[in-house]
Design a protein around this ligand. Structure first.
Ligand SMILES: NC(=O)c1ccc[n+]([C@@H]2O[C@H](COP(=O)([O-])OP(=O)(O)OC[C@H]3O[C@@H](n4cnc5c(N)ncnc54)[C@H](O)[C@@H]3O)[C@@H](O)[C@H]2O)c1
Length: 342
């Protein structure tokens, strides 16, 4: 099997995790990197021994002609970069959030479909091993058909230190973090027919909302609650753990703090430690997210080789992104909305 040659655009805060993960995946290597900020480009190139460095993504993709491009920039640049990749028939991974607007996201999917190239959104939270463990319990039918679910992320971790742009946008927690929790809700409970959302800003030093509470009606016929907060000062900080509650016809599941999974089924209760591994390059408390980066990138390599659509393809992620848009519109209008209509 020939080695896949990747190129990365965006050498910022999070891309370092993506670079480490690529180093760990057999049969793939990043051969070129790009950032319009020369200092960041040099730092990343030196850290990972990448000689081919560009400040212009078009120049890089034309010259290097990689097998795929990993776009690790923030949302405003996503559409232009994905359309550039599509125009050169280069498969693309694009970081979340998909794009600034639904129209942009739809155009990106259309461009890649027209060019016949795969597009995967780097929606990694569903790949976290504790979330995969929850999904396995559901799929095995241990607790029966769910009739209630909750996906919860509550923290007061200072995310603004590493990602200062998070304090500056008109939109914050649903677009940045809620998007992951909404995707987990889709992954566990299926697609959504209606959403009702409420938001608040508790931290006066940021521009957008840092608290969101959302009620989802699933096509499967039950509701779930997705709640997230970056204003929750707990005795022990949980960042970046996503907690899950599911009540089913035959039992219950709880993914609690400390990656403690409790399953109560007709045969009794079992408690399992589903902590993610600490990869050699990872550091606490980010290791849960870092592991999921390695897993989603390995998934990309498999799908690229096999020609199968990635789980979080652009087409799939339009549905998660529609929930984000619908949540903001619901919070503003106080109406319950059908995400397929945004
Ligand atoms: N999936 C996750 O778990 C996770 C976690 C953190 C951040 N993210 C996402 O990753 C993305 C990047 O976040 P970050 O915190 O690393 O941002 P960042 O601002 O630290 O880094 C982005 C980099 O991209 C560069 N850039 C932007 N546009 C460019 C262009 N057109 N050409 C070349 N370089 C360009 C910037 O110069 C910057 O160095 C965001 O969309 C964020 O939401 C995802």
């Amino acid at each position: 099997m020939s080695e896949l040659r990747g190129a990365l655009v965006g050498c910022g805060f999070f891309a370092r995790n993506q670079m480490h993960a690529w180093e760990d995946i057999p049969g793939v290597s990043i051969v070129a990197i790009c950032d319009r900020d020369e200092a960041r480009l040099a730092e990343m190139g030196d850290a990972f021994g990448i000689a081919q460095r560009f400040t212009d993504a078009a120049a890089m993709l034309r010259e290097v002609q990689p097998d795929f491009v990993d776009i690790a920039t923030t949302a405003p640049s996503h559409r232009a970069l994905v359309e550039l990749a599509a125009s050169l028939r280069i498969p693309a991974i694009c970081q979340k959030p998909f794009a600034p607007t639904m129209d942009d996201a739809r155009a990106m999917v259309a461009a890649c479909e027209a060019a016949g190239v795969p597009l995967m959104i780097h929606e990694n939270f569903r790949w976290q091993s504790p979330i995969q463990a929850v999904r396995r319990v559901l799929s095995a039918g241990e607790i029966g058909a769910p009739f209630f679910g909750r996906v919860s992320f509550r923290s007061a971790y200072d995310v603004y230190a590493g990602q200062p742009y998070l304090a500056e946008g008109e939109r914050f927690i649903i677009e940045d973090l809620g998007i992951h929790a909404l995707d987990i809700a889709r992954f566990l409970f299926g697609d959504v027919s209606a959403i009702t959302a409420r938001t608040q800003r508790v931290n006066p030093r940021i521009r957008g909302e840092d608290v969101a509470t959302m009620l989802l009606d699933h096509e499967a016929g039950f509701s779930s609650v997705v709640d997230c907060s970056y204003a929750t000062k707990l005795e022990t900080e949980r960042f970046p753990q996503t907690l899950v509650e599911i009540d089913g016809a035959h039992g219950t599941l709880r993914l609690d703090e400390g990656y403690r999974l409790t399953v109560t089924a007709p045969g009794g209760t079992r408690v399992e430690d589903v902590s993610p591994p600490l990869l050699p390059w990872a550091s606490r408390p980010w290791h849960n997210i870092q592991e999921s980066v390695a897993l989603i990138q390995a998934h990309w390599v498999e799908t690229l080789r096999s020609g199968v659509e990635p789980d979080t393809s652009g087409r799939d992620n339009l549905k998660t992104f529609a929930l984000v848009e619908a949540a903001y519109r619901s919070a503003a209008s106080r109406l319950t909305l059908d995400p397929s209509e945004v």
